[in-house]
Ligand binder design. Structure first.
Ligand SMILES: NC(=O)c1ccc[n+]([C@@H]2O[C@H](COP(=O)([O-])OP(=O)(O)OC[C@H]3O[C@@H](n4cnc5c(N)ncnc54)[C@H](O)[C@@H]3O)[C@@H](O)[C@H]2O)c1
Length: 337
């Protein structure tokens, strides 16, 4: 049994706690939070767990792995302290608030010889895994472009903008599904509700991938409808992945073909394929369960996590350049890998 300690018991922490409690190969041994009411809540759910407001007390215990579910500004100091205490770490997304901090976490993990994993939950989402397979099997043909939307009347974060809050999901899932990293990025956005915060509440992010693949990501805390949808347009077929629909993936035999040759304008007709959206089978299981199990497996076997520290660093690099673009009025910024 892998003994796990969780720091950060706010909104997301209890979901991680439930999974580490329920998985047969892990034991939720410790929980830590500044707030006594959050510790009391978790103690009521899991009476056997040790609870503390003092992180150093948890690090001095026999937990082998620390899960960090605090706001992003605390990821870096908490992760470094855990690694220096010899613990494996699972850090919620985004890995850190800057490239420098993310690099330091990765370097400390290498030095300590411990597993560093980032909570890119969508990389463990069976619908995203299926989407990746459909793309890599060539069912869509060449991928032309992607549209991803993640909007609702969301929780305004006190310290990060909507892009750092929500877009890590889309950036990580697109890089995972395409098996590519973007070469350039641009972002535009606006602030309406908290004009003095400097924190954008709606952001339109464009990623330029190799092979002329274009991806647009829209994230907003200010939308009347909850939408979690990603459309992938390929030369042969098109795909819609809707994370809140019953049929999570619809495959469309839709597209436009150009006739091989035509001598006259009259002969020149684009030929349209207009197939219906056919539900594609997705074997469903809770993504967070898969993520937590994978973390335990990687510690047991020494294998590198799918969403390892370097994966987390890549996403932070994209967000960091996008932030530069946001400030520069949407200028295209080059990503050096
Ligand atoms: N993977 C996902 O789908 C997903 C979803 C939501 C949130 N998250 C991530 O989870 C993390 C937490 O988000 P949240 O919405 O739960 O935040 P939250 O503000 O609701 O909870 C954070 C908790 O951490 C505690 N905390 C902060 N600093 C601490 C410290 N140094 N020591 C001990 N406790 C500390 C706070 O008291 C609070 O209870 C963020 O990184 C967020 O991006 C991930």
């Amino acid at each position: 049994m892998l003994k796990v300690g969780l720091v950060g018991c706010g909104y997301w922490g209890p979901k991680l706690a439930r999974n580490f409690h329920e998985l047969p190969e892990t034991e939720l041994a410790w929980v830590c939070d500044f707030r006594q009411d959050r510790l009391d809540h978790l103690k009521a759910l899991y009476p056997q767990v040790q609870a503390t407001r003092d992180y150093t007390e948890m690090l001095a215990s026999d937990v082998e792995a620390v899960v960090i579910a605090t706001p992003v500004r605390a990821h870096h100091p908490l992760a470094l302290a855990a690694l220096r205490a010899g613990k494996h770490v699972l850090i919620e997304k985004p890995l850190a608030g800057s490239v420098k901090e993310a690099e330091e976490i990765v370097a400390e993990g290498e030095r300590a010889g411990r597993v560093v994993m980032v909570g890119h939950t969508f990389e463990y989402n069976p619908a995203v895994e299926t989407m990746r397979k459909i793309i890599t099997d060539g069912e869509l043909g060449d991928v032309y472009y992607i549209n991803a939307t993640r909007v609702n009347l969301g929780l305004f974060q006190p310290d990060i903008n909507v892009m750092w809050d929500l877009a890590p999901h889309d950036v990580s899932l697109l890089m995972f599904a395409l098996g590519l990293s973007p070469t350039e990025v641009s972002a535009r956005g606006a602030i309406y509700v908290r004009p003095h915060s400097g924190l954008h509440e709606v952001v339109y992010l464009t990623l330029y991938f190799p092979n002329n693949v274009l991806a647009d990501i829209r994230v907003s805390w200010l939308d009347p409808c909850k939408i979690r949808r990603c459309t992938v347009v390929g030369s042969k077929k098109m795909l819609v992945y809707d994370d809140i629909a019953d049929d999570k993936i619809l495959l469309y035999d839709k597209g436009v073909d150009i006739p091989p040759y035509s001598d006259t304008l009259e002969e020149f007709h684009l030929s349209y394929r207009t197939g219906e959206g056919i539900p594609y089978p997705v074997p469903w299981s809770e993504p967070l369960r898969g993520e937590c199990r994978h973390f335990a497996e990687c510690i047991a076997t020494g294998q590198r996590p799918r969403s390892d520290g370097l994966d987390g660093l890549r996403v932070v690099k994209v967000l960091d350049m996008a932030q530069r673009s946001l400030i520069n009025g949407g200028a295209r910024e080059v990503l050096a890998w």
